[in-house]
Write a protein that binds this ligand. Structure first.
Ligand code: FE2
Length: 390
């Protein structure tokens, strides 16, 4: 029985809302694999290899689903999930089996891998084993909720993967199969699961089992994508570099008086440093800051001379407005010059500038919505999402 066109929340409002909350909290629909894919951080061969593995999740998925059908005592409720099983099998048409459309997707990426020769990654076997156990051995509500939330998440995930492969020019928009379909149908599939358990949500012990199933589904699907992300990232990194990763390793300042500059940063600001002759490396987190004698740097870069300091500004992002004031004062105390006292900036934040002893410009700034990771790396808002898996 089809419920096409129905608002998903109408037929299973409570389970849907709870599942949505779980998906938001876990970040499954915005996981590291999807973010890396969208950002162009995965190579096509690495993405293709990870999707070839994912094939085994697609191929397997309808089997625990069919096992669930056998466990549902109410024939009408059984039909909701049975319909989903049938649709996974292309409404009885072999050419439209979901494993077949997924094979077509792999072919559309070019250079398709021989699936029957693939060595399956444990992440895939683990995912398949968990959903099978949930559907066969766990409480019925756990299994149904677990399968439902996987479908629920897959609607958004499919749309994002489809968008990314088209944006990267890997698949022409009119050639996009499988993910295009699932972006459209999987919210309905989720609802077909949820409506079976919705009546039980009012009962405390059944609600517990349903929520356990939602958490389990989000967890094991998240683990699968975390695994795909780690492996695809490692495979991309192992390829001979043909592209620049979006990162900066070292900022090198051309300096006229290396000793005085080093003293400002090491003694004045208190940053750890290592030195080799006239050359110094400040142990800043993430991007390193190096100090190099101007003439030597010009020679190293094959230039006759280098432009004066101040053509580039460096920035230190603070955690509050008060911190901006305090750090500007600290820089002046250490021998820097206050270039511009902190004030409300045109872009809405609060910032000021100081110059190091040779005039290299530093902005110290605070902005609403900026967030700091455990090592002080900056993300949030227009700066982008946090690195790594969620
Ligand atoms: Fe589905």
């Amino acid at each position: 029985m089809k419920v096409q066109g129905a608002e998903p929340s109408e037929r299973a409002p409570q389970v849907w809302a709870k599942a949505d909350e779980v998906l938001e909290r876990t970040g499954l629909r915005d996981n590291a694999y999807l973010r890396a894919l969208a950002a162009g951080e995965l190579s096509l061969p690495a993405f293709r290899a990870s999707q070839a593995q994912f094939y085994f999740a697609v191929e397997f998925f309808s089997r625990p689903m069919a096992a669930l059908v056998a466990r549902i005592p109410d024939p009408r409720a059984r039909l909701d999930i049975l319909h989903n099983v049938v649709e996974e099998h292309g409404d009885f048409e072999r050419g439209r089996f979901h494993e077949t459309t997924f094979r077509a997707f792999l072919e559309s990426l070019g250079d398709p891998p021989a699936l029957d020769e693939l060595v399956l990654w444990p992440e895939l076997r683990a995912f398949n084993a968990v959903i099978a156990a949930a559907c066969i051995h766990d409480e019925l509500d756990v299994g149904i909720a677990c399968m439902g939330i996987v479908e629920h998440a897959f609607a958004t995930i499919s749309a994002k993967i489809g968008r990314a492969v088209v944006d990267h020019g890997w698949v022409a928009e009119d050639q996009l199969v499988h993910y295009k379909l699932h972006a459209e149908i999987d919210e309905r599939h989720a609802e077909e699961f949820y409506r079976v358990i919705e009546p039980g949500y009012a009962d405390e012990s059944r609600r517990y089992a349903i929520e356990q199933g939602l958490e389990l589904g989000a967890y094991c699907f998240g683990q699968l994508y975390a695994g795909l992300w780690r492996r695809a990232r490692a495979a991309t990194a192992a390829e001979p570099a043909t592209r620049f990763e979006p990162r900066i390793s070292i900022l090198t300042l051309a300096v006229d008086d290396p000793a005085a500059e080093l003293a400002f940063y090491r003694e004045g600001l208190g940053w750890p440093a290592s030195t080799q002759g006239d050359w110094a490396m400040l142990h800043t987190r993430g991007v390193r800051l190096a100090l190099f004698p101007r003439a030597a740097l010009a020679k190293d870069a094959g230039r006759a001379d280098l432009p004066p300091a101040g053509a580039v500004t460096l920035a230190y992002n603070a955690r509050s407005e008060d911190e901006v004031d305090a750090l500007l004062a600290r820089a002046v105390e250490a021998g820097g010059a206050l270039v511009k006292p902190a004030q409300t900036a045109d872009w809405g934040g609060y910032s000021g500038y100081f110059a190091d002893p040779e005039g290299h410009l530093w902005e110290v700034a605070w902005g609403e919505g900026w967030q700091f990771g455990p090592t002080g790396e900056l993300w949030g808002g227009p700066l982008g999402p946090p690195p790594g898996p969620r």
